[in-house]
Write a protein that binds this ligand. Structure first.
Ligand code: FES
Length: 923
């Protein structure tokens, strides 16, 4: 699309003048009277309308106003303005009508405010007080309906429901779960859920599945709780734990996925009682997913680590901080002296703050003297960093989350967005259902988004390069490429074209299993856009061809001119809350913060000078290489900061063996993880609510964690323990607050140059943010690419490292489910999340199930060349024939015992997404 066309689309809406309570206001034509009043700062009471839901139900009539020239009162939330309209919002007639509405509501509403959970934040209570409603002339008409206690997180009391329909609107129009609706008629009208009118859902639910119609389609996001104006929907876990006015609200950022949602922690007596939405949250508004809203109860679990532990006679025993840090210091110094700096390594953490990641890499480089620093981004998105940096000059999401809703085409590949990045999925669904975007899903597994897709390309796992080349082949042969963009802004197009022309749709059909016809259709839709946004995640990166896959995403985006413009781009979705930040802050073996190379003499000198230490210019080892070196006895001491490689690494038996062989292993964490159990020293870390700091979400937005409670027991934030350890080892590292670390980051890191705490408070800032006056960057590569010209890379298709054969005839692939996170370290400790999703499941297609005589729910053994596990089978069409899927959250059936540690040669990311397995029924 040319820029002029975009301007045409964004033609300004004409303004009209309205007078409200003698105040003149200019508003866009098409606005409602309520919108105009809000703009004029005039408050009209509402019980159903609220800005956060798409369109107002117009059901409560509290918002009535008098419009001059109109015989009846108008519901201001639905009545549109016209030029010259004169409105009165508080006449006698209006007030009488509102009182009647309130009396009718109160007549059927229980008068149990003294014990109601909503007391103090109930809109009906507030309005009844404001309008002086003490009793109702309509008598008492209470409903006497049973409570719905079936959902693990939400209690529904329909006796208190005022039928405002906010919950129905948000569930159907924004969350789009369609779990609740309006049932029955007249006096009997009720909000209903599922066939049994219960909000509870099936355990071990598969999102988007219609397999069991007896259950509601509720995903427990709790948006309904967030919008309920009365006490009809409440957060079960918080019942009886405090009144509205007793809570201190602390705004912070969620610490689950890379969306970076904001919410309020509700604190009473030093404890987090619940999480509530905060409409000012820049990424998500009031929307949250089940983990963010209800999955933080692990914070106050009794089994939190409360003191340091030291292994004595084979057992981990409580110790003081002084004793523990002295021991770590002595051992690390000893190993360094005897075996050299590179016999030590640190694993940083995508769950920790930017400041902590910066400090740990500084500790590794300036104190231990090694570049052996890496973290789990190696295992999820190192291919993104390597691929996009080569093609564009920057390895991050090019555009912003909010831009997705305005894309005209969205191509989602290797991302089960609904379960992994639920809030970003809402933007995709909005784009499709509200704004008319076309969605193409390329995924071997049937995911919820395929329901919204114009086209679903079901490629064989591991054939993404071939599929991209096929799409580009059609675009080029049909002349749909953006010639101007290619000429002006890119290089090496001809080299890429030469390779791509070999991949005709017919050849690609044979390689991928996607029909030539669908390849052609998808290519045309992609190229014609005009604003095409490509979204991908670990289904693209976790392959031995991960970097090639990412280069292919860059190729197709440049080929069609979809980079450097709003609502376009290449958008990798980062898995953990701070994967982006941990990479940005240099928790990688080849770069300091801001991707400044350790091998660049000038950069090396800059950091050496700033930190007063001689820094190594040798690229260090990656995660898998560190563990391999530990296995071989070359790496002897490892500090693991809040990560769990004994669950997250591929080929776990080998990884666990390596950790066992490590001479001195130090782990910091909140809980006794599988890795901590093997450690010589365990240091108790804190949760995200017990510390200040910042994290960077997937759209490069740096946002604040605000400390809301004191650390549990003797636990300490990692930034503090690292500083103290460094001091013990004789290096001066002392900060009073993480904001001081951020000042050091800004000084040494150009892309974070203007990131200072006061600027980050409200909405955070997106990098690059070069100095104190820089506004941050909404989308990258505007005008030109970060590296100058965008570079095309010719990429040939290569098969996965291990393919099915006679002995191991199935492809094994892994991913996450909505209700759990990563290695389950915290979600397995959340009561409700475990109630909903209790156990590991092996998804297998009906045809394969028949072939191996496996019934749904039967125990099966899945084995690869590296290990075997037992779990329950789930027979589902979601899995393609020949493909078995498992999540990797469950230690009792750890999927990574099976996965292959074969590495992408450039990014060194292991091939989690494809390996060969066999399956059999067991009793
Ligand atoms: S707020 Fe307008 S009808 Fe309810």
């Amino acid at each position: 699309m040319k820029d002029t066309e975009i301007k045409k689309e964004k033609k300004a809406t004409p303004l009209v003048q309205v007078t409200i309570d003698d105040k003149k206001v200019m508003v866009e034509s098409g606005s409602t009277i309520l919108d105009a009043a809000n703009q004029a700062g005039i408050k009209i009471p509402t019980l159903c309308a609220m800005p956060e839901i798409n369109h107002y139900p117009g059901s409560c009539r509290m918002c009535v106003v008098e419009v001059e020239g109109m015989p009846c009162l108008a519901a201001s939330c639905v009545y549109p303005v016209r030029d010259g309209m004169v409105v009165h919002t508080h006449t006698e007639r209006v007030i009488k009508a509102r009182k009647t509405v309130l009396e009718l509501l109160v007549s059927s509403h229980p008068l149990d405010c003294m014990t109601c959970e909503k007391n103090g934040e109930c809109d009906l209570q507030d309005l009844a007080y404001e309008y002086g409603i003490k009793e109702s002339k309509y008598g008492r008409n209470e409903k006497n309906l049973p409570l719905d206690d079936s959902n693990p997180f939400i209690l529904r009391d329909l006796n208190k429901c005022i039928l405002c329909r906010r919950c129905v609107e948000i569930c159907n129009e924004i969350q789009q779960s369609k779990a609740i609706g309006i049932g029955f008629r007249g006096k009997k009208t009720e909000i209903i859920a599922g066939i049994g009118n219960e909000l509870g859902h099936e355990t071990n639910i598969t999102i988007g599945s219609d397999e069991n119609p007896d259950y509601s389609q509720c995903v427990s996001c709790g948006q309904c709780v967030a919008v309920c104006p009365v006490g009809a929907l409440t957060d079960k876990a918080a019942i009886g734990k405090g009144r509205a006015w007793e809570f201190e609200k602390v705004h912070t950022t969620c610490n689950y996925c890379g969306c970076g949602c904001g919410f309020d922690l509700n604190i009473k007596d030093g404890k987090v009682v619940k999480v509530t939405s905060n409409a000012d949250s820049v990424v998500n508004g009031i929307n949250l997913c089940v983990k963010g809203r209800f999955g933080n109860d692990y914070i106050h679990r009794e089994d939190r680590l409360k003191t340091p532990l030291i292994r004595k006679n084979g057992k981990l025993e409580p110790a003081s901080w002084e004793e523990a840090l002295q021991l770590v210091s002595d051992k690390f110094k000893d190993i360094k002296e005897k075996h050299g700096s590179d016999s030590l390594a640190v694993l940083s953490s995508a769950k920790c703050t930017n400041e902590e990641n910066f400090l740990l890499m500084k500790f590794a480089r300036a104190v231990l003297g090694t570049n052996n620093v890496d973290h789990c981004a190696r295992l999820c998105h190192s291919a993104t960093v390597a691929g996009l940096a080569q093609a564009f000059g920057s390895g991050a999401m090019t555009n912003s989350i909010k831009e997705i809703a305005n894309a005209s085409v969205i191509y989602v590949t290797g991302s089960n967005t609904t379960e992994n990045h639920p809030i970003i999925a809402l933007e995709i669904k909005k784009a499709v259902t509200k704004n008319g975007a076309k969605l193409i899903v390329a995924d071997p597994r049937e995911i919820e988004l395929t329901k919204y897709a114009t086209l679903w390309l079901r490629q064989r796992p591991g054939t993404d390069v071939a599929l991209f080349n096929g799409l580009m082949n059609v675009i080029i042969t049909e002349g749909l490429e953006d010639k101007g963009f290619i000429k002006e802004k890119t290089e090496d197009y001809e080299k890429m074209k030469e390779i791509v022309l070999k991949y005709t749709p017919e050849i690609v059909e044979k390689l991928t299993g996607v029909s030539a016809e669908d390849i052609k259709k998808a290519a045309r839709i992609y190229a014609k856009g005009p604003r095409t946004s490509l979204i991908y995640s670990m289904g693209i990166t976790q392959h031995t061809t991960g970097t090639d896959n990412v280069l292919s995403t860059a190729n197709i985006a440049m080929l069609t001119g979809n980079v450097g413009k709003e609502s376009t781009g290449v958008n990798p979705l980062r898995g953990q809350s701070n994967v982006q930040g941990a990479c940005d802050l240099g928790a990688l073996p080849n770069v300091y913060s801001g991707y400044q190379k350790v091998t660049d003499p000038q950069i090396n000198e800059k950091f050496s000078k700033a930190w007063g230490a001689d820094l190594s210019n040798q690229v260090g080892l990656t995660v898998v290489e560190i563990l391999n070196a530990a296995y071989e006895g070359k790496v002897k001491g490892i500090f693991v900061m809040a990560e769990n490689p004994a669950m997250s690494d591929p080929d776990l038996n080998h990884a666990r063996e390596a950790l066992k062989k490590t001479e001195f292993l130090v782990v910091s964490d909140m809980f006794m993880t599988e890795t901590a159990e093997m450690a010589d020293v365990v240091l108790p870390g804190v949760s995200f609510v017990e510390k200040d700091g910042t994290i960077t979400n997937t759209e490069r937005r740096v946002q604040r964690f605000h400390k809301a409670i004191e650390p549990i027991g003797e636990a300490k934030p990692e930034w503090q323990m690292i500083s103290e350890l460094a001091q013990k080892m004789g290096y001066q590292m002392s900060y009073n607050h993480p904001s001081e670390i951020m000042e050091e980051i800004a000084e040494l890191t150009p892309i974070y140059g203007g990131m200072f705490y006061p600027r980050l408070e409200e909405k955070g800032m997106q990098w690059p943010c070069l100095d104190a006056n820089h506004p941050g960057t909404k989308f990258l590569h505007k005008g030109k690419f970060s590296r100058g010209k965008g570079k095309f890379f010719p990429v040939e298709f290569r098969e996965a490292a291990e393919l099915p054969d006679e002995e191991y005839p199935l492809i094994f692939t892994t991913g996450r489910v909505l209700y759990h996170f990563h290695t389950g370290t915290v979600t397995r400790k959340s009561k409700g999340l475990n109630e909903v999703y209790k156990e590991a499941l092996v998804e297998i297609s009906p045809q394969d199930a028949k072939k191996w005589s496996i019934k749904d729910g039967a125990m099966v053994e899945v084995a690869s060349r590296r290990g075997k596990i037992k779990a329950k089978a789930k027979v589902t069409e979601k899995s393609d024939d020949g493909v078995v899927f498992m999540s990797f959250h469950f230690h009792e059936a750890a999927a990574n015992l099976l996965t292959n540690a074969a590495l992408d040669p450039v990014a060194k990311i292991p091939e989690y997404k494809v390996c060969a397995v066999k399956i059999k029924k067991v009793s």
